[in-house]
Design a binder for this molecule. Structure first.
Ligand code: ATP
Ligand code: MG
Length: 416
């Protein structure tokens, strides 16, 4: 037997309605905000992620699924959705079109990670990208989009925000960070020693306990923001309040990518342990230029669908069940079965969810099956019924029966 690859999961037919519910809600919320779907390839040139996610990030240094295709090109399965969307924005000249360009995606993403609860090698994201506006209001609207989805899913999840400034204020802050970490350098993990050299901000993002302890007393970026970045952050907070979004400031949120600027945020659930971040994002004004486009401000987020589903399950959110058959039409013998088959065909064409026997079962076994799949009614056709042109229809909830003529079936079942 061949097993599923480590870190991946099947979504089985009996569970897919949960996914459809979350994805449907995501599309609905996107619609409310006039955000249109973008679909980009599952794989891209590796270089896109090296430049678009950043050479010093965990994603690029250790987590990518990279391979050579038969034409000897280096290809990578997308580890996140922003780089592909940004490439497409540039390649399709969207910057010359209607701005802001608001788009969303629902994608599988691939990262070679150590699989745990809420951490997979293939996982799924709902993401939003807004290109072209530097206004703080846009940051707030984007956060509000995520907040609306979470609320509509019945979740109460805490929002933490921070600002990591612009390259100007970052320079001063990076220096302060290096001064702070220098005396403790040998107590940091290997990754952090590397971060210290290449991207000190990311020292704050380390998940190792030892590093976290040292981080606790590190200087706070908010104390280093330049005047413009400070004003922008104040405006984001004011707009969030206008939108009725509760937030807390967490000066330790820095986000992994190199091109983040100003606002960063995370929605963190306390009910699923270590992998509590269900949604994360921020502003990345440097990204489009970094990828060769003309400078374009951008803000976005991505929510992990698996994590959303885990939180929903753990907090007892009820997901509307998948539809069940309105009627199962049971046939006694071969002729009755044929009639059942053609009646079901007609019902389905008229929008009624109908089922028939595909296993040559006895009527008794058909009843049992109908019950198992949750059919609301069972219509039985025996020799007599066939001769008289009607079926005996039993309502499963209370076992009441009535006789319905074949030609009245559609009217009878429509809307039931
Ligand atoms: P983490 O800190 O948990 O590793 P991240 O910062 O790498 O997350 P992002 O790149 O911001 O995550 O991705 C956005 C969201 O996608 C995360 O908040 C999370 O919900 C989800 N996510 C990220 N990596 C995984 C994974 N390996 N498995 C499942 N969901 C994931
Ligand atoms: Mg990660």
């Amino acid at each position: 037997m061949i097993n599923i690859p480590k870190g991946t999961k099947d979504v089985l037919p009996q569970d897919s309605y949960k996914w459809q519910y979350v994805e449907g809600m995501a599309r609905e919320v996107a619609g409310l905000f006039n955000i249109k779907e973008i679909r980009t390839p599952v794989f891209e040139h590796t270089e896109l992620f090296q430049r678009g996610v950043g050479d010093t990030t965990d994603i690029v240094t250790k987590e990518m699924y990279t391979f050579k295709d038969k034409g000897d090109r280096s290809i990578t399965l997308k580890p996140e959705g922003t780089a592909g969307a940004a490439r497409s924005f540039i390649e399709n000249g969207m910057g010359n079109g209607v701005l802001p360009a608001k788009m969303y995606y629902i994608i599988p993403a691939f990262r070679y990670e150590r699989p745990q609860a809420g951490r997979l090698r293939e996982f799924h994201q709902f993401g939003v990208e807004v290109y072209g506006s530097a206004l703080a209001q846009t940051d707030a609207e984007t956060i509000f989009t995520a907040d609306t989805l979470l609320k509509k899913l019945g979740l109460q999840i805490k929002l933490y925000i921070n600002s990591i400034g612009c390259p100007t204020c970052r320079a001063a802050y990076n220096k302060a960070l290096k001064d702070f970490f220098a005396p403790n350098l040998d107590q940091l993990c290997g990754d952090c020693k590397n971060r210290y050299e290449k991207n000190p901000l990311r020292l704050l993002d380390c998940k190792e306990e030892g590093c976290k302890k040292i981080n606790a007393d590190a200087p706070k970026i908010l104390d280093y923001l330049c005047e413009d970045c400070h004003a922008h952050f104040e405006e984001v907070k004011a707009c969030l309040t206008l939108a009725g979004v509760d937030y807390e400031i967490d000066p330790r949120i820095v986000r992994g990518l190199d091109y983040y600027t100003r606002t960063v945020f995370e929605f963190v659930s306390t009910s699923i342990g270590a992998q509590g971040t269900v949604c994360a994002g921020g502003r990345y004004d440097g990204l489009i230029e970094q990828l060769g486009g003309k400078p374009t401000p951008a803000v976005g987020f991505a929510a992990g669908i698996e994590r959303l589903l885990i939180v929903m399950e753990q907090t007892g959110v009820e997901i509307p069940a998948a539809p069940v058959p309105t009627v199962y039409i049971a046939g006694m013998d071969a002729d009755c079965r044929k009639k059942a088959f053609s009646l079901a065909a007609e019902l389905r064409l008229q929008g009624v969810n109908a089922e028939v026997d595909l296993m040559e079962r006895s009527v008794k076994a058909q009843f049992k099956y109908a019950d198992k799949i949750g059919a609301k009614y069972v219509a039985v056709i025996g020799g007599n019924e066939l001769a008289e042109g009607k079926a005996n229809v039993k309502r499963m909830a209370d076992s009441t029966s009535e006789t319905i003529a074949f030609e009245d079936m559609v009217t009878y079942f429509q809307g039931k």
